[in-house]
Design a protein around this ligand. Sequence first.
Ligand code: G1P
Length: 294
Amino acid sequence: MIISNGVKKIRKAVIPVAGLGTRFLPATKVQPKEMLTVVDKPIIQYIVEEAVQSGIEEIIFVTSANKRAIEDHFDRNFELEYRLRQKGKKTELAEMLKISDMAKFIYVRQKTPKGLGHAVLTARELIGDEPFVVIAGDDIIDSRVPAIKQLMRVYEKYEDIVLGVTKVNKKETYKYGIIDSLKIDERTAEIKKLIEKPTPSKAPSNLAVTGRYILTPEIFDFLAKQKPGAGGEIQLTDAIARYIKERVGYACLYEGDYYDCGNKLEFMKAIINFGLKRSAFKKELKKYLRQIVN
Ligand code: G1P
């Protein structure tokens, strides 16, 4: 399918959720880390909503054992619907029905934990020959315009790989894929180099890739030949770095606040941020925070 100016519409998103979530044990002993709750919604629902609000129609989850709760969350639950109907809880019922209607959900298993690049490669047949989005299952971006939508606008202009980046503290570059780039305008740059988790002294900038990628189907050829990198895993970053060397890639410095919910402190900040946005809690929560920090 193409959109008006001849650019292929991006319809599919791959969300890798196969990780064990060991950083969050014991909370993740029996439940996926992506199901941890920010106020009253699981992390993964914020991410799916961002994708859907950006125009994504098909969500491909790359899962593993113990991730059934994610499948159940995005499916119908007839017993719950029946009980809500019986109790006249119309708002809750409508909200539940909306979740499973948001998009078409597809699940594929990553049989061995070989890294993010390998997880994306697992979805190859399901993507086929079209550009697609990859979203990390635990990175929430709070923004006025959905972050993926902001990346799509860059894609529509250049029709090649676009990575969502944000500025991080220089001391923390070792946690991220970091780019070296040539500025095009305030929010767009051409990527010259991409390095996975460099130490601050080796980092070419403080612009970090934060779980939002628009990729072309050609990336699969690079992923298929990718040798293991950092941590002995097949890194998505390494395959993108090789792709960019041969072709081209862009960065979108999106407008919005990034919460790495795979990190305990950032996860707590996300809960406070989204709590303060709810009119029902805003006043009391502010009052409480003031009270306890003094
Ligand atoms: C992954 C990517 C890294 C990226 C980060 C945050 O690392 O490999 O390039 O910056 O996600 O989205 P992970 O956090 O899985 O170790």
